[in-house]
Design a protein around this ligand. Structure first.
Ligand code: ACO
Ligand code: HSE
Length: 368
């Protein structure tokens, strides 16, 4: 079940201060008496706080987390929150600005991955947790996991960045900008002040279509759709549609129904700004701060977060004598493998966290 808390204020990297910040979060499992069994899960671009879910709403990582699953909620207390700037319960551009009583729209301040993590830190502290057992996340969630380990090195024992990197690649920034331009050039964007209207749904839908191409692979599309047409029309007809086109359009429409275009723009910007070395003397210097043991997982054919970028970070961690484990997972999905390949990723996550849990936390009687 999704809960809410309000954080009085947060000072952002851009210099602005946000007040009365709402945070939507989900908890699963039981926090032990010593408050040592908490795992924070960070979500990707269009994710939300519903990672584990319940009977009413499936969670986007329910294949990985739950009772008796790879991250076992009979043992661990799992917390997930919607990110700052999001549109699923946490304060974002569609929220009411307490100073004007109107939605922020494009007046919402620029937020970074570091700002998201700072808000999560305030939430975790409010929950009475002084040290997390682990922080885990995929994609933009993995960016947050890296930032957690750098910003609050004493706050966790383990960090598990998956399908991500320490800095956003040029190709990912490039794709982000095409998505952004699709939204900005939609006349319904109205300079970001389109509420209570639906806003630039066409632009957002096109941005998602492009996004989906980057989250998957050519092999997957070839295997699933090939050159099959959606209906019996001949390919020489102007309005003939290939199955892959119909699939992408469907995915575009589906996102429009659950996501706010301004949030999409702000989260893309946050991803673009992601570089753990920014203002810290470079990535290697930033990694020096990390105290947690690291499990890094890369996925084959990840167009946005190529394995060699992740391997580069792993080598830097090793050179700094950090404890780090690295795995390369083969997947026809490419980047989105982190949302699908539970049978491959799950055992790696489980073995890593179970290897270190002895002595770090004692299972409370209630959770045995
Ligand atoms: C970490 C995060 O927070 S990210 C947020 C996670 N995102 C979500 O949970 C929502 C987005 N969902 C997804 O990205 C995917 O569903 C995943 C990754 C969870 C699973 O991927 P897949 O099993 O490959 O699903 P896929 O991408 O093929 O989509 C299937 C949908 O496409 C539809 N579809 C398939 N082929 C076609 C076609 N030719 N034409 C139109 N629609 C099609 C299916 O009917 C199905 O519809 P439904 O979603 O309404 O049931
Ligand atoms: N499917 C993921 C891709 C970005 O990691 C999402 O929609 O957030």
């Amino acid at each position: 079940m999704i809960q809410k808390m309000v954080i009085d204020e947060i000072k952002l990297e851009c210099g602005d201060t946000l007040r009365q910040v709402e945070v939507a979060f989900e908890t699963s499992g039981t926090l032990n008496e010593e408050k040592t069994n908490a795992i924070l899960v960070c979500h990707a671009l269009t994710g939300d706080a519903c990672a584990v879910g319940d009977e009413e709403q499936p969670g986007w990582w329910e294949g990985l987390i739950g009772p008796g699953r790879y991250i076992d909620t009979n043992k661990y207390f799992v917390v997930t929150s919607n990110v700052l700037g999001g549109c699923s319960g946490t304060t974002g551009p569609a929220s009411l600005n307490p100073e004007t009583g109107r939605p922020y729209g494009a007046d919402f301040p620029v937020v970074t991955i570091r700002d998201m993590v700072q808000l999560q830190y305030l939430m975790v502290k409010r929950l009475g947790i002084d040290k997390l057992f682990a922080v885990v996340g995929g994609s933009m969630g993995g960016m947050q996991a890296y930032e957690w380990a750098v910003m609050y090195p004493e706050m966790m024992h383990l960090v598990l960045p998956i399908a991500t990197s320490a800095r956003l690649s040029a190709i990912a920034i490039a794709y982000n900008d095409v998505g952004r331009q699709a939204i900005l050039s939609d006349p319904e964007w109205k300079r970001g002040h389109y509420y209570p209207g639906k806003g630039p749904v066409n632009g957002l839908s096109i941005a998602r279509m492009l996004g989906m191409i980057t989250y998957r692979t050519a092999d997957l599309f070839e295997y699933r759709f090939g050159r099959r047409l959606k209906d019996e029309r001949d390919v020489t007809q102007f309005d003939s549609t290939f199955n892959i086109e119909s699939y992408l359009r469907y995915q575009g429409q589906k996102l429009v129904e659950r996501f706010d275009a301004n949030s999409y723009l702000y989260l893309l910007k946050a991803m673009d700004s992601h570089d753990i070395g920014r203002g810290r003397g470079g990535i290697k210097a930033a990694l020096e701060r990390i105290q947690a043991r690291v499990l890094s997982i890369a996925i084959s054919n990840d167009l946005l977060y190529p394995a060699d970028h992740q391997e580069e970070v792993v080598e830097m961690l090793k050179a700094s004598h950090k404890e780090v484990e690295y795995h390369f997972v083969e997947s026809i999905y490419g980047h989105d493998g982190f949302l699908v390949e539970f049978v491959k990723i799950g055992p790696l996550v489980e073995q890593f966290i179970e290897k270190y849990n002895t002595g770090i936390f004692k299972q409370s009687a209630a959770s045995r």
